[in-house]
Ligand binder design. Structure first.
Ligand code: C5P
Ligand code: MG
Length: 297
């Protein structure tokens, strides 16, 4: 009976047979999938990271910009700011993805990175009216199959919480320009604070960086009325820090985590397979999340 069930699931989520898929416990994944299918769309919420999870890591051999990097446009910041932000990226990004350091070790350095970059940005008199053009000209691109992902969740009225350590105003513009900012989409991120003239003066609220998403989850996600009474969670991320995005869910029943492993693959493979239920190695598509959604709803 067991092998028949396994066969049955396999044929129903064919995407899990892709070569990019790694799973430590395939049987456990299949059991979770069946339990989530049984509970249905009415009990489901999806929590996803944004940069390098909903957006592609690379396209045509070039890195796709993060929301912070979209701000690197001459209509928003000057040459000197570009240089300084790049220097910070070159110093801190390798630390962010370093497999030999723990999240706790990285945490103060991430606060340093975000704080320095936000400070630089605040000095640039960035105009809110210019953000849309910067996004249009940035080359940012969502993962292949994103329309199916966003549209299906909207159709089923399943809330999609996008939880990002990036810049919320830019993130929203990317989603809007991609024509998928449906009413079921909710965003938790770092938002810009503009003055009466539409000029950036500060960032609002508590800083969100890659390794403090748990705090944001408890502070914000736990209180979103749209997410209440939905104990099953499909979580998507590309950083080990993203695994804490569901910590605000009261009494979760079933949690299925999908991790995109984009960079430093060999160094991080083991830790990702230990931490995420499903790991997608250098997979630039939404095929697996879409296959999972199709099965459980
Ligand atoms: O949406 P997400 O939480 O993934 O956004 C955070 C990402 O933005 C980090 O993974 C980090 O590499 C990137 N970042 C950046 N420039 C900064 C700060 C963060 O590209 N100044
Ligand atoms: Mg990310």
């Amino acid at each position: 009976v067991r092998s028949a069930l396994v066969m049955w699931t396999k044929t129903n989520v064919p995407e899990l047979s892709k070569v990019s898929v790694l799973m430590k416990q395939r049987t456990k994944v299949e059991e979770t999938l069946r339990a989530m299918q049984h509970a249905g769309a009415g009990n489901l919420q999806v929590i996803s990271d944004f940069d390098m999870t909903l957006t592609r890591f690379a396209h045509c051999g070039k890195r796709v910009p993060t929301t912070h990097n979209i701000l690197d446009h001459r209509i928003l910041i000057d040459e000197d700011c570009t240089q300084k932000m790049r220097a910070l990226l070159n110093f801190y990004y390798p630390i962010e993805i370093d497999a030999s350091q723990t999240s706790e070790q990285k945490l103060p350095l991430m606060v340093e990175w975000w704080t320095k970059v936000h400070h630089l940005l605040i000095q640039q008199n960035i105009q809110r009216d210019m953000l849309a053009q910067a996004v249009r000209e940035s080359g940012v691109i969502l993962r292949d199959g994103y329309e199916v992902f966003f549209d299906r969740l909207a159709e089923l009225q399943v809330p999609l919480l996008i939880f990002s350590a990036g810049v919320g105003d830019i993130l929203e513009e990317v989603v809007r320009q991609s024509r998928v900012f449906h009413p079921n989409v909710h965003v938790i991120s770092n938002y810009m604070d503009f003055d009466d003239h539409g000029v950036l003066r500060a960032f609002k609220g508590h800083l969100i960086h890659t390794f403090n998403k748990r705090e944001g989850a408890l502070l914000h996600a736990a209180n979103l009325p749209e997410l209440q009474g939905r104990p099953n969670v499909l979580l998507l991320g590309d950083s080990l820090g993203d695994l804490t995005m569901a910590d605000g869910v009261a009494q979760p029943h079933h949690l299925l985590t999908v991790g995109f492993l984009n960079d430093q693959v060999e160094e991080r493979k083991e830790s990702y397979v230990e931490a995420f239920d499903i790991v997608l190695v250098k997979d630039e598509t939404m095929e697996v999340p879409n296959g999972v959604l199709k099965f459980i709803t």
